[in-house]
Design a protein around this ligand. Structure first.
Ligand code: SF4
Length: 966
């Protein structure tokens, strides 16, 4: 498997230039670092991109009229992509004559994406020109969900919503206001707004996405996501299809390839032979949910063979605490620590891991050795995938980080750092204090450790009468379609006693917007302001998503006051909308809300969007000086380049940062733990006589042993563990045709329910068949294209089979992001991707969906809409899944136990049935697995656990008098 010498034929081909010569300077030998680019080399790569001094007058030939030569003059304005979290740089090419955006390319000045994009970036042009997009604010007519709408003004919408929010706050019904977000994208903006209103009103999609992995990482070191330094790594282990479709996908992908070009080896654990696996040196096709067993087997080999980093383990894990708690009879020595760990994991032999996972024992041994050899240069990543799919999936991330700890790769060059070390946090004007409210519809007592809001349970909790939503914003959020159990969402959305007012903030129609009272069109990537900063590599950057036509107008001397004045129709943006709404909630300032949204430069007046960003930008380290060199303000610099690199890869080993004398003043050191504390709070730890900042855990170290898990009633998981999943083979009855369905993977060209307004993307990907190995196909007598009925715990869906060797035998899979629909009464939207369906309820919880027609060509101002050749819009699978909230992390466990059968004669492709009574029963079944708060001292959540939109500490105590609201 390792480095292979070029063959005779390769040598000749390289010499005569038929293929590039990759061997002339021992190019693939790792430590040569042949692919380290100097700043000059990087500048050279960008030489073909228009230089910034020409961005206001860039002339190129119009490719559409080739071979005729026709010159076009553009203004080039940077912004960032909004089609996934990565926020890669884009540059909009605006026709100087017509002021229309003509295309998008990359932005070479963006340090994360470095000029490159995936297919979804340039497809932004499809989205802004989509003939079905929503251009004006709409209000429903008739019954909610009936599909009738009327155009209204922004003033109408703002006044109605503001009046209702004001009333709820005045009547102390703060917890009835919520903002539920699918794709966030503006650093801390909504904290500023919602905390300014004093509500605990943030709800996210994270529990159907990443909270499993977050929980696993957090238990170890107090940070909830990894930042692998792929480009500098020697060995990379991915537990997902990360190279082709993960979070920070394009920025990570280019760095993984950079690492590989320097000789790094790549291993991928995935039951599918994904594009990522096919690009890897090792593919580990593990049975879903057994990944932690494989990782622990690797850990055992590293421990037994002494491949671990002794110095790191000794200094930076809480091993003394572990021995004291678990091995009281043993002397506290490092040797005993190692031998106790070996004993703890003795059952995880490579053979046991092979039996559980199906991954060959020899491969497990070989990879363990490679990881041990890589040492600090071991980079790894788990996001969604296994951690988001299994009961106990969080343990996968925890076991993966165990390998990072054993090799000492935590925060090392070429290793895996905490995300927060590579992320910028803005300083906002007039910041509000944390809210003194705790919303139990978001963080119920049953889930004291849940890493994010239990958003997937919201409709069930409303159904049980635990509360209501008086004003509910869904923002780029489509739970009816994206979440499990969409029919229960529909039932609750249709009930005005559960959702009083539903405002959908969305650029495009969605299955959820059909059930709104207000549909308020918000800008796509190039039509809005946002601040982005992500941990794409060992460096820190900030990027500015800006409305490009507004910026072009400013440069042309025609500045506008509000963004919708340059956007198409009356498409607005959330930033200005929420500032305006806040002023209307508290028009005279008497509620204490308005003051947060006043200008920091013009006291008492409403803050403008330029002032908000100028205030943040002038506080970014180094930006004022850089901007000044070009004679620009900080805001003008960001408007010009769209991004700024704050720090260039020096943020390694930040846990070793020393505490200053000032910080140490008044502190004390606990002689038993070496933890340094001040005013009752841990601030660091003594390591070999040096006061270091450490990690934000109780021990300030990596916690191999978690007292928190013990204190919160899960002592069996005090150390990294393998938890058998709900779809473990022991839990499936093969004789009844039960299989595990992997429904979590994404096609690289699509993004949840947000790419169906992009014709190029839908043209490439428009079906989601069931992946099935040939052995299983033979067993069931299926061939590609045959119909298959997959029975879930609450219903079924009928799809087509795709027979492929890329699937592990015994497992089936179906991609998400496809199977979009609209009903005949709905506004036409996303016609590139939506089937027309009929939905019928029996009034007793039984729901049927049938496809009336697939995708068809249609008339529009886009000629391509008549050229649609694909007919198949796929099948909506998530709606047939029950909620499976992991009892600890709260993560929805996506994998499904399905019973495979052949459909009946009357059953058709795309047929769906769900019984929402059953789905509520499954909800209760999973709820019964929880171990509710309170924990120690009446806490509803460990104080050291972070929380989105963290409220005031007083709210963490369930029965405290200090707590105003439970
Ligand atoms: S990875 Fe693709 S979709 Fe995501 S931000 Fe970058 S260009 Fe856009």
């Amino acid at each position: 498997m390792g480095y292979k010498k070029p063959s005779f034929i390769e040598n000749i081909a390289e010499k005569i230039g038929i293929i590039p010569n990759l061997h002339k300077e021992k190019y693939q030998e790792f430590d040569q670092d042949m692919r380290h680019f100097t700043d000059e080399e990087v500048a050279q790569m960008y030489a073909n991109f228009p230089p910034p001094e020409k961005w206001d007058n860039w002339v190129e030939y119009n490719p559409k009229v080739w071979p005729r030569k026709e010159k076009k003059t553009y203004q080039i304005v940077p912004t960032t992509c909004f089609n996934c979290e990565s926020a890669c740089g884009l540059t909009a090419f605006i026709d100087k004559e017509t002021q229309e955006v003509k295309k998008f390319e990359g932005n070479p000045y963006h340090p994360g994406s470095r000029g490159r994009n995936c297919a979804k970036g340039p497809a932004t042009i499809n989205q802004i020109t989509d003939p079905d997009r929503i251009l004006f604010p709409l209000k429903r007519k008739g019954k909610r969900g009936d599909g009738e709408w009327e155009r209204i003004s922004w003033d109408d919408a703002l006044d109605t919503i503001a009046t209702r929010i004001r009333k709820a706050i005045m009547e102390d019904r703060h917890n009835e206001i919520a903002y539920h977000v699918g794709r966030p994208g503006n650093e801390k903006f909504m904290n500023w707004i919602l905390q300014g209103w004093g509500i605990d009103g943030h709800n996210s999609h994270t529990n159907i996405c990443s909270s499993g992995a977050r929980f696993g990482y957090n238990l170890w070191y107090g940070y909830d996501r990894p930042s692998p330094d792929h480009a500098e790594a020697k060995f990379i282990l991915l537990i997902s299809a990360h190279l082709e479709s993960g979070h920070y996908f394009n920025p990570h992908a280019q760095r993984i390839i950079e690492g590989k070009m320097k000789g790094a080896k790549l291993a991928t654990m995935d039951p599918r032979l994904s594009n990522t696996a096919s690009m890897s040196d090792y593919w580990l096709p593990s049975y879903p949910g057994t990944e932690a067993a494989v990782l622990l087997a690797m850990a055992l080999i590293i421990l037994k063979e002494g491949l671990y980093n002794r110095k790191y383990l000794e200094n930076w894990t809480n091993w003394k605490e572990y021995l004291k708690a678990r091995h009281i009879e043993k002397e506290i020595t490092f040797k005993n620590y190692i031998s106790c760990m070996i004993d703890e994991y003795k059952e995880f032999t490579p053979e046991y891991a092979e039996k559980e996972s199906g991954v060959k024992a020899e491969m497990i041994v070989e990879i363990a050795h490679k990881i041990g050899e890589a040492g600090e240069r071991f980079a790894s990543h788990n996001w969604r995938a296994a951690a988001a799919s299994n009961l106990g999936g969080w343990a996968v991330a925890r076991c993966l980080h165990f390998l990072t700890v054993l090799t000492g790769a935590v925060g090392a060059k070429g290793g895996t750092s905490p995300n927060s070390w590579n992320k910028f946090r803005p300083t906002q004007p007039n910041p509000p204090k944390p809210q003194k409210k705790w919303n139990e519809l978001h963080f119920p007592k049953e889930y004291p450790l849940a890493f994010f809001e239990m958003s997937q349970l919201l409709p069930h909790m409303l159904k049980e009468g635990r509360g209501k939503m008086d004003v509910y914003f869904s923002r780029v959020f489509n739970p009816v379609w994206t979440y499990p159990d969409g029919f229960t969402w529909m039932e609750m959305f249709s009930d005005e006693s559960k959702f009083g007012l539903h405002a959908a903030l969305t650029p495009t129609w969605s299955e959820t917007a059909f059930y709104a009272d207000f549909v308020l069109p918000m800008g796509l990537a190039s039509e809005r302001h946002d601040l982005n900063s992500y941990a794409t590599h060992g460096g820190t950057w900030v990027a500015f998503r800006q409305p490009v036509l507004r910026e072009a107008a400013r440069r042309n001397g025609n500045p506008v006051e509000l963004t919708y004045q340059t956007n198409p129709g009356e498409v607005w943006e959330e930033d200005e909308f929420f500032i305006e709404l806040s002023w209307r909630i508290d028009p005279d300032g008497s509620m204490g809300i308005r003051k947060h949204f006043e200008s920091p430069y013009r006291p008492g007046e409403k803050i403008t969007i330029d002032e908000y960003y100028q205030y943040i930008f002038e506080r970014i380290k180094g930006l004022p000086e850089t901007a000044k060199k070009e004679g620009l303000t900080e805001l003008e610099y960001m408007q010009k380049y769209g991004a700024y690199e704050i720090e260039k890869g020096e943020s390694y080993k930040m846990n070793e940062t020393g505490l200053s004398e000032e910080q140490l003043k008044g502190s004390k050191v606990d002689p038993a733990t070496d933890v340094i504390s001040k005013e009752g709070k841990a601030i660091g730890v003594m390591i070999n006589g040096k006061a270091c900042v450490g990690f934000p855990t109780p021990s300030r170290k990596n916690e191999f042993y978690s007292q928190t898990m013990v204190d919160w009633k899960w002592p069996e998981y005090a150390t990294p563990t393998y938890i058998k999943s709900h779809i473990h083979s022991d839990n499936l009855d093969k004789s009844k045709g039960e299989y595990v369905l992997v429904p979590t993977f994404r096609l690289p060209t699509l993004i949840h329910s947000r790419s169906s307004n992009a014709k190029w993307l839908v043209e490439m990907s428009n079906r989601n068949p069931i992946w099935m190995h040939p052995d299983d196909a033979v067993k069931w007598n299926f061939k590609t294209g045959d119909l298959v009925k997959l029975n879930t715990d609450i219903g079924y869906f009928i799809d087509k089979v795709w027979v492929t060797q890329s699937m592990k035998p015994g497992v089936v899979a179906c991609s998400h992001h496809i199977g979009r629909w609209r009903r005949p009464q709905d506004k036409t939207g996303n016609r590139w991707a939506t089937n027309t369906v009929n939905i019928e309820g029996d009034g007793k919880g039984g729901w049927k969906m049938n496809t009336i027609s697939g995708i068809k060509p249609f008339e529009s101002n886009d000629k391509d809409s008549k050229r649609i050749f694909w007919k198949d819009g796929g099948v909506h699978q998530n709606i047939t899944h029950a909620v499976h909230p992991d009892p600890i992390s709260g993560m929805h466990c996506w994998h499904q136990r399905v019973r495979i059968e052949k459909p009946g004669k009357e059953e058709n492709y795309g047929d769906i049935f769900v019984d929402t009574n059953k789905s509520h029963e499954v909800y209760k079944e999973w709820m019964s697995m929880t171990r509710p708060a309170p924990g120690p001292n009446g806490e509803r959540r460990p104080l050291w656990f972070n929380r989105a939109f963290k409220p005031d500490e007083s709210t963490y105590y369930i029965d405290s008098e200090k707590n105003e609201q439970t």
